[in-house]
Design a protein around this ligand. Structure first.
Ligand code: ADP
Ligand code: MG
Length: 277
């Protein structure tokens, strides 16, 4: 009996709660955020599914950073509830916040690297602070620096690499603990358009590997070409939340990729190349 009902549930939607509901990793439920002299967010309701890639946009002061701070529980709602990976904003204490932060990588507009440490040590630092054993640190830092294409420059210091490269280091540092969620607050704000696109592409790569990515930008050029979900904020409220119609379902894409011999090259193949194959 028990086994039967579990199978039923796994097969698909019944009643209200469907598979999407079960995949929600972040939810903001009628959230307000007020500062003493300022209402930053008004009645925000937002659900983000596991593995989703979402762009938060809107003019300066619209509340983009505030939403990201609520998700990382750097800020707490003055009304409403934030839930991240099952943790409720109203029940958090220092210990639980520390646990939550291990599941979240954060990237900032101004990189925030440690100037007196090498690229390698900047990334390793994120592992040291959570007490990962030495050999495992070497393994993880090597992996992630290769993923962002900076293994060859690992001995350099932040001032010896470009802005785009510094942001790659920041992303490596955010990803080295294998977080489930990557939050990037205007990660392209200090970069030229070409480098900015490279950073977005790198975020896509981590999203392809299963990380839920939320980034903010006020740059229309990036939003225009972003083929995923875009949430638009204005004056602390959500004024639009749209997913591009050409978006392919994440789980379907991931499943598809599992059966490809060369997943990395496969992504970049055009329809034409496939028809010639
Ligand atoms: N620490 C703070 N104290 C007071 N007001 C703040 C603080 N942080 C942000 N705000 C205000 O909240 C609003 C939203 O800010 P923010 O989330 O930083 O917007 P965005 O990231 O879209 O530029 C703005 O009006 C801003 O001035
Ligand atoms: Mg901001």
């Amino acid at each position: 009996m028990q086994r039967n009902s579990t199978t039923e549930k796994a097969r698909g939607p019944r009643g209200g709660a469907g598979p999407l509901e079960e995949r929600v990793i972040i939810s903001l439920n009628h959230v307000n955020l007020s500062y003493p002299d300022q209402v930053a967010l008004k009645d925000i309701t937002l659900k983000v599914a596991n593995g989703e890639f979402l762009c938060l946009t809107g003019p300066s002061g619209a509340g983009k950073s505030s939403i990201l701070r609520l998700i990382s529980m750097d800020a707490f709602p003055t009304r409403g509830q934030v839930r991240v990976r099952g943790m409720l904003s109203s029940t958090m204490n220092r210990k639980r916040i520390a646990l939550l932060r291990r599941e979240i990588g954060f990237v900032f507009q101004d990189f925030r690297l440690l100037e007196d440490r090498s690229i390698y040590d900047n990334v390793a630092f994120a592992q040291l602070v959570i007490g990962v054993p030495g050999r495992q640190i070497a393994e993880n830092v090597t992996r992630v620096l290769n993923q962002v294409g900076l293994w060859d420059k690992r001995h350099r210091y932040p001032r010896q690499i470009s802005g785009g490269e510094q942001q790659r280091v920041a992303i490596a540092r955010a990803m080295v603990n294998s977080p489930k969620i990557l939050l990037a607050d205007e990660p392209t704000g200090n970069l030229d358009p070409v480098t900015a696109q490279e950073i977005i592409d790198l975020l896509f790569k981590f999203n392809d590997a299963g990380t839920c990515v939320i980034f903010s930008t006020h740059d229309h050029a990036i939003v225009k070409t972003f083929g995923r979900r875009v949430v638009v904020l204005e004056g602390g409220a959500i004024v639009s939340d749209r997913t591009r119609e050409d978006q392919v379902d994440r789980s379907a894409r991931l499943e598809d990729r599992m059966y490809r011999a060369e997943p990395e090259r496969g992504i970049h193949r055009t329809t034409e190349e496939f028809s010639h194959a």
